[in-house]
Ligand binder design. Structure first.
Ligand code: CAA
Length: 266
């Protein structure tokens, strides 16, 4: 498939023979700092679904440029829209939420600005690795609107009410160090190491058994939806289910025999 506003390639990130490839997506609308318009979100959704359906892919990365992961929804496109346009067209929903259907892990590798819809897109990923240049924020209030792609919901879950209110109400940006302290990002690396560090994280995932990787993602996500006992039961059942996989036998046998496992992703 060919894209105009992003690049997408299945990249080998691990030399291990059974490791799966990583679906590597780079947002590429540089003049607008990767501002997210319909065409870009359509392409992103298509690329994500294609990698999710590809048996040779074990994990997906979304990244942007050095200056911007994404500077938000496209303000020039939104400016003339009316209530009827956004309501009847279900703006932000149709093509922005495709990522929620992806069952393989999605890592956001963030350098530079991740603002508004860009911060929200990063938060829709499973975890964020940030360059020390990263700046996160929900500055929609400056435009006379509010975050519309999950900023008021995912941000407080990630960083707590105080910082979420601070960011949404004052429009200030949070740098990478503060984002890591607050729990928004899983790790911070120097900007020149961002892609290598992200590829290494993706490689680790791509070497593991895909069914257990998918189950782990599904279980962690249930923690945000379920009461504790229901979440624990869901986890326990998924844990039990993995004993039906060939890879559980392989992983445990490899440990006991002090060798590297050769997972077959089944
Ligand atoms: N939409 C459309 N165009 C954008 C954009 C956006 N969100 N962000 C940047 N651009 C464009 C600028 O208009 C500019 O275009 P021109 O060269 O044609 O003038 C180009 O990208 C470069 O931007 P700047 O000249 O502003 O670059 P800068 O380095 O001075 O500032 C910035 C960078 C701080 C990120 C600044 O561009 C900015 O504040 N951008 C807007 C951020 C924002 O408000 N995001 C929220 C959008 S609303 C939203 O996302 C709703 C939602 O929840 C889904």
């Amino acid at each position: 498939m060919s894209y105009e506003l992003l690049t997408a390639e299945a990249r080998r990130v691990s030399a291990a023979p059974e490791a799966l490839a990583c679906g590597w997506i780079t947002l590429n609308r540089p003049k607008q700092l990767n501002a997210l318009n319909d065409a870009l979100m359509d392409e992103l959704g298509a690329a994500l679904l294609a990698f999710d359906a590809d048996d040779g892919v074990g994990c997906i990365v979304i990244t942007g440029s050095e200056k911007a992961f994404a500077a938000g929804a496209d303000i020039a496109v939104m400016a003339p829209k009316t209530f009827m346009d956004v309501y009847k067209g279900d703006f932000i929903t149709r093509n922005w939420e495709t990522i929620k259907r992806v069952r393989k892990p999605v890592i956001a590798a963030v350098s530079g600005y991740a603002l508004g819809g860009g911060c929200e897109l990063a938060m829709m990923c499973d975890f964020i690795i940030a360059a020390d240049s990263a700046k996160f924020g929900q500055p929609e209030i400056k435009l006379g609107i509010i975050p519309g792609a999950g900023g008021t919901q995912r941000l407080p879950r990630a960083v707590g009410k105080a910082k979420a209110m601070d960011l949404a109400l004052t429009a200030r940006m949070m740098d990478a160090a503060e984002a890591e302290r607050a729990g928004l990002v899983s790790r911070v690396v120097t900007a020149d190491k961002l892609l290598d560090e992200t590829a290494a994280a993706a490689a680790a995932i791509c070497e593991f058994s895909l069914p257990s990787v998918m189950a782990a993602k599904e279980c962690v996500n249930r923690a945000y939806e379920l009461p504790l006992n229901e979440g624990l039961l869901f986890e326990r059942r998924m844990f039990h289910a993995l004993f039906a996989s060939a890879d559980q036998k392989e992983g445990m046998d490899a440990f006991l025999n002090k060798r590297k496992p050769a997972f077959k992703h089944s």
